[in-house]
Write a protein that binds this ligand. Sequence first.
Ligand code: SF4
Length: 353
Amino acid sequence: MNPFELMSVSEKTTARRALGPVDPEQARIKRPQFLAGGTNVLDLMKAGVTQPSRLVSIAHLGLDGIAWSESEGLRLGATAHNADTAYHPLVSQHAPLLASAILAGASPQIRNAATNGGNLLQRTRCMYFYDVALPCNKRDPGSGCSAIGGVTRQHAILGASPACIATHPSDMCVALAALDALVEVEGDSGTQLIPFTRFHRLPGENPEHDTELPADALITAILIPPNRYAGNSVYLKIRDRASYAFALVSVAVGLDLSEDGRVRSARIALGGVAHKPWRIEEAEALLADQRPRGAVLDRVAERILAGAVGQGGNDFKIELARRLIARAITVAAQGTVTNDTACKDQREERQHG
Ligand code: SF4
């Protein structure tokens, strides 16, 4: 048991100050952390991957609202729960792709506890990262990567480095990348908006850093600008079990179609393939003015997967991703597919207490 202090705060500046200045002498794993839903933070502590000296609960900062405005689009509070977000009527109306992606992840119990900001900051589920007896550059920089040459079924085919081949585990983040979301963060230098595709990073030589979030900053909201994809979107996910499993490959697609069925604009993001949600805007541009079928789908998939490399145990993901991209575009062209009807009973239970 590693002792730690638990603090609860009701004001954002107090919350950030409670983290204290980053002490370069303090081991990374001991640094104070924010606590929201705790669904990954507590896993990491129980496994001994982290041993924060202090947890600062941000559950009472009043950051749990969900709202819509014509100018800003959807505003999702950082501490709103994933389940409340997925089932919110404004999200169903303006971003059904996001609702589908959230409901494809984890379990109802976890989605009830997990928060939107926490979802962005969850860490890889690479099994070697959680086994503190084995080398891992992300957990212990410079120690090596146990996954390379090991069991790699869940690992990256795109954007990996010799230091780390881990994947980002979130479903929600794949939809947010596709929907051009912005992450609102508050730090010492004020409030800034970080484009979602720049929020997470590739591992490079420093896989210990998952995101570009400044050390002193607090995520306050996620913004989804108004978009024209609500009528033609889908999130498809291939995994080893029907539920409660991370994506081997997932694809989020949103299409804006003209009346004659041609693509005005497209958004495509992949999950389960890289250290961050994978989005290639050049590939989306290949669909412009095209009917989304036939050979153009192969060209789109080829561009998205350019440079894909397997690690042995995950070689199958390249062909799987190629097929899933074409399938997702084809399905989205026919309308929006949601999976919230499959969760109807759970939703009614929540509404009726
Ligand atoms: Fe660690 Fe990354 Fe290697 Fe997994 S893939 S063992 S997280 S360095």
